[in-house]
Design a protein. Structure first.
Length: 198
């Protein structure tokens, strides 16, 4: 069980995979000083949190596993908010659409080097999120200021929109000396037999 400081939510930032096809410059997963502070855990250890942030790499690369893990996080963290951090998914795929509807919100990132395909996919994702209004979602958008393509943003879909640079390793450490925001624990789940997801 996780201890809690008075007035501060307990937050688990859980990397469900380190795989990602993008290889973005400035990806925090390439920052050795950050990653050495991440704690390898089994799924059973992700319990007692107020928020669980499902991230990667790209969690949508392991869609079935991510769905299974989200369900386990709900069971182990009753009443917690669960958020998905992603840089892309196909809203036409039933499993992707289902996953996005069962979490409390999506943090969507458009990275430097975004292709026309990435922008078109973002437009589909944004339209999908716009039509899902039967519960209160908190969707956030980050656009790397180095993106050279025009990004059509519908502000009403997003509770927060940030256009800016990625933080360097030094900037991130100056802001978050432990490698994570205050109250957050950076956790990495195993992807092999015995990690609790088989």
């Amino acid at each position: 069980m996780v201890s809690k400081r008075v007035g501060q939510p307990r937050i688990a930032r859980v990397s469900v995979t380190l795989d990602c096809p993008r290889k973005c410059p400035g990806c925090c997963n390439t920052y050795a000083s950050i990653m050495k502070q991440a704690r390898p855990v089994r799924v059973e250890e992700v319990a007692g949190y107020d928020q669980v942030i499902v991230t990667g790499g790209e969690p949508m690369l392991r869609l079935e596993r991510t769905l299974e893990l989200v369900n386990k996080f709900w069971e182990q963290n009753p009443g917690a908010k669960i958020y998905l951090y992603t840089a892309g998914f196909d809203p036409g795929d039933w499993a992707s659409g289902y996953l996005v509807q069962v979490v409390d919100g999506v943090q969507y990132s458009i990275h430097a080097g975004a292709s026309y395909h990435d922008v078109a996919m973002f437009a589909r994702v944004q339209d999908f999120l716009r039509t899902r209004t039967w519960r209160a979602y908190t969707h956030r958008l980050f656009v790397d200021k180095a993106v050279a393509r025009r990004i059509p943003i519908i502000p009403s879909v997003w509770s927060r929109i940030v256009v800016g640079p990625w933080m360097s390793e030094q900037e991130l450490l100056a802001k978050c000396p432990d490698g994570a925001a205050p109250g957050e624990k950076l956790l990495i789940l195993g992807e092999r037999e015995g990690d609790g997801t088989n």
